[in-house]
Design a protein around this ligand. Sequence first.
Ligand code: ZN
Ligand code: ZN
Length: 78
Amino acid sequence: MRMECQVCGNDYDKPLIIEYEGDEYVFDCFECAVDELAPDCGTCGVRIIGHGNEVDGEMYCCANCAAQAGHGEIRDRA
Ligand SMILES: [Zn+2]
Ligand SMILES: [Zn+2]
């Protein structure tokens, strides 16, 4: 089965098909999937590949960034 990556347009025979929030996405590699789907930290702009910290609909890479945005109550899990 060949499918075209929707980020870079690469035609690949082992595509990653990801269902996310009711939509279906097709990628040729994880890098493209991350590029399309991973949120950015609301403070430093870093790509959040792990769980991140979601506060009021904003994503932050760590508790420190959440605190800088005024969400001091968030703690990283040790
Ligand atoms: Zn791609
Ligand atoms: Zn951050």
